[in-house]
Design a binder for this molecule. Structure first.
Ligand SMILES: *Cc1c(COP(=O)(O)O)cnc(C)c1O
Ligand code: SF4
Length: 429
């Protein structure tokens, strides 16, 4: 299948856009000048219902929506565009607005970059003891530019914020000094944007290094849901599948960490064939997704998503809370609402789907799971726990916040029982 990509510059050429009213197109342009978007012919032809774009979940998460910006920011950009301002002015104003959309939540870049011999390794992140993240420089773009993702700034060229890695060698040198690391997660962007030869180079070097403690090589990708042809008929799909098989035969396990927001993304013949081919190589496929208002905010959708995944051989893994960045105002749900949806869906699926954990906020100290409201004594509080933490001792310890119906992120939570801090804020490592 020929890959045709659309973005702000050419989206009006998408054939179905003849059906879209000019106001909607203008809104896409206004918001799209601030939050990037990208879509391809597979999404357009197979996943979007063009008769019903106002409610179609794939349309809504693909194309910028007016409500993703606050009215003031929308107004500023729309005025500039109506006046036909020159592109330098538009860019300057767009960058100003972007800086107010928390382009780098949880200070990932500065805080988790490891050092080797006194030198910062900029293409690596090491936050949780067992897992190192590797950002190959050729995999830093993406199949989709999701406006709820903390990576959106790197797609609009705020270059300072871009994570880059030149050297798999450095990665291996580092891993040799860290025997606790069992998992390496190759991520981006999307590493499967890379041609197979480049990925093969990275993986071959990792296998050759014979790191005795390394067990899992994970690849984080959106390709399975957004461009399944990557595994079917792209010129190097066969090489990719052979590479997957090679890892699994070497005694390490390859895990594909995929991203499905809605059961629709599991519905095509293409994705089914791709999943079967990947599983045939001995690779395990896991799936994670954020819970998003307007897209997947009902228990029925999650129940269907997890059930369908298990039926196809995919293991449900994480349900995330939309981060405090980008278009959070459009996608965010109150934490207790997300928990309620999670619980209702979880209750109605078989044990094979209950490998999923959520809802989870991925924050600076770690991944915080919302366990829901509980009554302790006379007080109703919100029960939380870390399922991953920068300090491994924090994991699985329950802690409590004041009950709050409207909070959408951790910064709005207050420690319960009159405490000044949460326990991990006292315990600074
Ligand atoms: C989620 C995450 C990982 C992987 O954690 P697992 O629970 O082992 O899947 C690694 N690094 C960062 C920064 C993460 O957010
Ligand atoms: S990394 Fe995943 S969530 Fe982020 S933009 Fe790419 S596909 Fe979307």
């Amino acid at each position: 299948m020929k890959y045709i990509s659309y973005n702000l510059k050419n989206f009006r050429e998408i054939p179905f856009f003849e059906r879209i009213c000019s106001e909607l197109k203008f809104n896409i342009e206004v918001v799209g000048n601030i939050l990037p978007f990208k879509v391809n012919n597979y999404i357009i032809n197979k996943l979007i219902n063009w008769d019903n774009t106002e409610t179609d979940p794939v349309f809504l998460m693909t194309f910028p929506q007016k409500e993703m910006l606050n009215p003031e920011h929308f107004q500023i950009m729309s005025t500039l565009l109506k006046k036909n301002s020159d592109s330098a002015d538009i860019r300057r104003e767009a960058n100003k607005i972007r800086m107010q959309l928390n382009p780098h939540p949880a200070s990932q870049i500065q805080k988790n970059v490891p050092e080797l011999n006194g030198k910062k390794l900029w293409g690596l992140q090491h936050k949780y003891r067992e897992t190192v993240l590797f950002f190959p420089s050729r995999g830093q773009t993406c199949h989709a530019y999701c406006s709820f993702c903390f990576r959106w700034p790197q797609f609009v060229g705020i270059r300072k914020l871009r994570l880059v890695m030149q050297e798999v060698k450095q990665l291996i040198e580092y891993l040799k000094t860290k025997p606790d690391v069992t998992d390496i997660l190759i991520t981006g962007g999307d590493p499967l944007i890379m041609r197979t030869v480049f990925l093969k180079h990275i993986i071959d070097e990792l296998l050759k290094a014979k790191l005795p403690n390394l067990i899992n090589i994970r690849i984080g990708t959106k390709a399975l849901s957004w461009w399944p042809y990557r595994f079917i008929d792209s010129h190097d799909a066969g090489d990719l599948l052979r590479l997957f098989r090679k890892v699994n035969r070497s005694g390490k396990r390859l895990a594909l960490m995929t991203h499905f927001n809605h059961p629709k993304e599991l519905s095509t013949q293409e994705v089914k064939i791709a999943v079967d081919r990947i599983l045939d190589t001995g690779t395990i496929i896991r799936s994670q997704a954020p819970i998003l208002k307007n897209i997947n905010d009902s228990p029925e959708i999650w129940q269907k998503l997890w059930t369908k995944q298990v039926e196809m051989g995919i293991v449900p893994y994480y349900m995330f809370i939309a981060r405090n960045t980008g278009a959070q105002r459009y996608f965010a749900l109150p934490l207790v609402k997300a928990w309620d949806i999670y619980k209702k869906a979880y209750k109605n699926v078989s044990g094979l789907s209950r490998t999923v954990r959520g809802p989870i906020m991925s924050t600076d100290p770690g991944k915080i799971q919302i366990l829901g409201p509980v009554n302790i004594g006379k007080e109703k509080v919100l029960c939380l726990q870390f399922i991953q933490a920068r300090n491994p001792d924090w994991v699985d310890k329950l802690f409590f916040a004041e009950y709050n119906e409207t909070a959408i992120w951790r910064n709005e939570l207050i420690p319960a029982f009159g405490e000044k801090n949460f326990f991990y804020e006292r315990d600074s490592r």
